[in-house]
Every structure is written in structure tokens, then in C-alpha cells.
Write a new protein. Structure first.
Length: 227
């Protein structure tokens, strides 16, 4: 891989791990709880709000693979077919992924291998992880929206970049306009960031926006729909 961030393993308040990036002074997840944040923002508010039986998911920021892992588990639980595309500029080293305790925290140690399979999956190629779940990880810089594949459209988008003040190039009108153009009718976009400027950009792109209660430690999150 071309680039990796220097990170430090931390334990969040729900017992699950996250990573801290010293040079950005930024965490990959809420320190109040990585699993509970990801589940609330992306699974409950995003994936489970989509009523389709076959769902195309786009994730902006593969990160630790937690959102991907939770989506895989949910697809098994609901028997929905998920085609999952995840974009990441700074892939995590497999050694770092092995330290993460998500499978153990989700009380299913046999899933450790499955979680690592997500990280070991080749980049730039679609791989069937289970009969119902395929993963395509793409190493790319979407601060240039022209790097986005325009041949695929999505039903659910997880926007999980680092915070706007840490990574402003990821939170632009140009990017949100591009994502809207890649959204199917009734598509859902969710993000942990409830800043007014982000809501207005998503609204300007064309999404019908709503503020929703956030996970512990966060008052609100955003969800948009392409209606």
C-alpha cells in the first residue's frame, strides 16, 4: 500500500478498540464507544432504514473495518444481500488490524478470522466474503471526486471521513454533489457529523436532510435521503 497513518491503539468507553492518530489529534471513532457509535450511526440509522433485499453500500473511509464488519454481521442476521464498496486513502496494516478486539467484544470469537478476512481481502477487486456479502476495497483519494467510479450507484452511503476540521478536503460541496449523482432513488446517506455547514452542503447536493439523536456522547447525527 502506498501510505499508512501512524496510529495508537486505544480502548473506548464501551470496551471496544479504536485508533488515535497523533499528528491529526483525531480518533477513528467516538471515545465514548466505537462499536455503539458505528452501530447507531451506520447500521441502525443507515443500513436498517433501507428496505431493499439487495443493497449496494458505499463507505467513505474503511478505517478499522468496523462498519464493514457490523454490516456483514447484519446481512447474515437479516439475510439481505449486500454489495459493499469501501474507499480508503490510508489502509491499515494487518498487524494493527490483528490488535482490534471487535470480534471478542461482539461475543463471537470465531469471527476473528472473518474480521481479518476483510482486511486481508485484496484491494481493487470484488471478493465474496459470505454468500450474501461481497466486499470491494478501493485505495483512492476521493478529495478528488473524479476518482469515484460513476458506473455503480448506491442505496446506502456511510460518510465516515475524519472530522471536517481535521480533513476539510473530504467535506466539500463537490464531493457531496458527486455522491448524490451516484445515489439511487430513495438512497440514504448517514454521517456522525451534525455541523450546520455539512447539513447545508448535503441539502444543496439534493438530499432531504434530517437531524437524528446521536449515540452516547453525541447529541445529533445527520441522515439524508434522495427522494
Amino acid at each position: 500500500m502506498n501510505s499508512q497513518l501512524k496510529t495508537k491503539l486505544i480502548t473506548t468507553e464501551d470496551g471496544s478498540h479504536s485508533l488515535y492518530v497523533p499528528h491529526l489529534n483525531e480518533h477513528y471513532h467516538s471515545t465514548h464507544g466505537a462499536i455503539q457509535e458505528s452501530r447507531h450511526v451506520y447500521i441502525d440509522t443507515g443500513l436498517n432504514a433501507c428496505k431493499l433485499e439487495k443493497i449496494n453500500v458505499l463507505e467513505i473511509g474503511f478505517g478499522t473495518g468496523l462498519n464493514t464488519f457490523l454490516t456483514l454481521m447484519e446481512s447474515e442476521k437479516t439475510n439481505k444481500v449486500v454489495k459493499y464498496t469501501s474507499l480508503e486513502l490510508y489502509p491499515l496494516a494487518i498487524e494493527s488490524a490483528k490488535q482490534l478486539n471487535y470480534a471478542e467484544q461482539l461475543t463471537d470469537k470465531k469471527r476473528v478470522t472473518q474480521f481479518l478476512d476483510l482486511h486481508k481481502a485484496p484491494w481493487g477487486k470484488e471478493v465474496d466474503i459470505t454468500p450474501n456479502f461481497s466486499l470491494c476495497k478501493i485505495e483512492t483519494d476521493i478529495s478528488n471526486p473524479n476518482n469515484l467510479d460513476t458506473t455503480v450507484h448506491y442505496d446506502v452511503i456511510y460518510f465516515d471521513a475524519f472530522a471536517p476540521e481535521k480533513q476539510p478536503e473530504m467535506w466539500t460541496q463537490q464531493i457531496f454533489d458527486k455522491l448524490f449523482s451516484l445515489s439511487n432513488k430513495n438512497a440514504i446517506i448517514t454521517t456522525y457529523c451534525a455541523k450546520g455547514v455539512v447539513r447545508r452542503m448535503l441539502q444543496s447536493a439534493g438530499y432531504k436532510m434530517e437531524r437524528l439523536p446521536g449515540p452516547p456522547g453525541k447529541r445529533e447525527i445527520l441522515r439524508g435521503r434522495k427522494v
